[in-house]
Design a protein around this ligand. Structure first.
Ligand code: MN
Length: 288
């Protein structure tokens, strides 16, 4: 099932080239204020219980449908408690970061070459129809795209064993982890408003299939920049989830970026970034 967030934070089920507005089938009071929209996190936690009603509503001829082309889709993540992101999770990206750091820092930071997780501000999330807004920055710094597979936490938990980890994920979406390269704290450099585009929808785990077998591709202004299989992750999604949950309780609706493939590069105003991930779809975001 493909779940989309529509204008007014309404819930859509994506069918071929239409979106059915299934908000009325939710068992919770709908709230269009992102600050209090707990229904989204409840949906991530309890999708198994709610799914039959959503599937039925999506087929109901009396439920409103909008052409996908006319729908203004929002990020499929509403006010998550946190964005967890994996660092240094593809060997090819770790290798290219030596060059990038020499250029933007004038030195290599060995601790940044090791796998770990860090946090991004949830307020950096933007939708697939929005633009990445570039901040003013220091002269040596560059702002880069990182096209990533993103997991959305379902039931979540603390100290989740790796073999159970994927069952705590409700689904997957496409993400861009936009990053200022240069001096300063990593969380700050990745947390500017609009630095976490997500979309175009959430594909539930059953339909998305194995997260260890997806192709990620990023095209910037028509030129292929990033292309990788998630098979090449140094730490697979199940172990990222397990590791993160030894540090912090993963709550329903939390967002997990799974790491940058090689091919990160500079973005400039006017650029168009198109990211494709197998079985998830395609998202295009502009830069200004
Ligand atoms: Mn990243």
């Amino acid at each position: 099932m493909r779940l989309a967030i529509l204008d007014g934070l309404r819930l859509g089920v994506v069918l071929r080239d239409e979106v059915a507005d299934v908000t009325g089938a939710l068992p919770w009071t709908h709230d269009d204020d992102p600050l209090t929209a707990g229904w989204w996190r409840a949906l991530c936690r309890d999708l198994d219980l709610v799914r039959p009603a959503l599937a039925q509503a999506a087929e109901d001829p009396s439920v409103p449908r909008i052409a996908l082309a006319d729908a203004r889709l929002r990020a499929p993540a509403v006010n998550p408690s946190k964005i967890v992101a994996a660092a240094s999770n593809y060997a090819g990206h770790v290798a290219e970061m030596h060059q990038v750091q020499r250029r933007t820092l004038g030195r290599i930071e060995p601790w940044m070459m090791e796998f770990d997780v860090f946090l991004k501000a949830p307020s950096s999330i933007c939708g697939p129809e929005e633009y990445i807004s570039l901040p003013a920055q220091q002269a040596a710094a560059e702002i880069h795209h990182e096209a990533e597979l993103v997991a959305i936490v379902g039931k979540g938990g603390r100290r989740i064993p790796a073999p159970q980890a994927l069952s705590r994920i409700v689904g997957y979406t496409i993400g861009l982890d936009i990053t200022v390269r240069g001096e300063g704290d990593r969380s700050r450099r990745k947390s500017y408003d609009t630095f976490s585009p997500l979309g175009p929808w959430l594909v539930t785990s059953d339909e998305a299939g194995e997260p260890s077998d997806m192709d990620i591709e990023l095209v910037c202004n028509g030129a292929l920049r990033q292309q990788v299989s998630t098979r090449d992750m140094l730490v697979p999604v199940s172990e990222i989830v397990a590791y993160a949950s030894t540090i912090m309780t993963l709550l329903p609706g939390d967002v997990i970026f799974t790491g940058a493939p090689p091919g990160v590069g500079v973005i400039r105003p006017g650029d168009k970034l198109r990211v494709r991930i197998s079985r998830l779809g395609e998202m295009e975001v502009g830069v200004r």
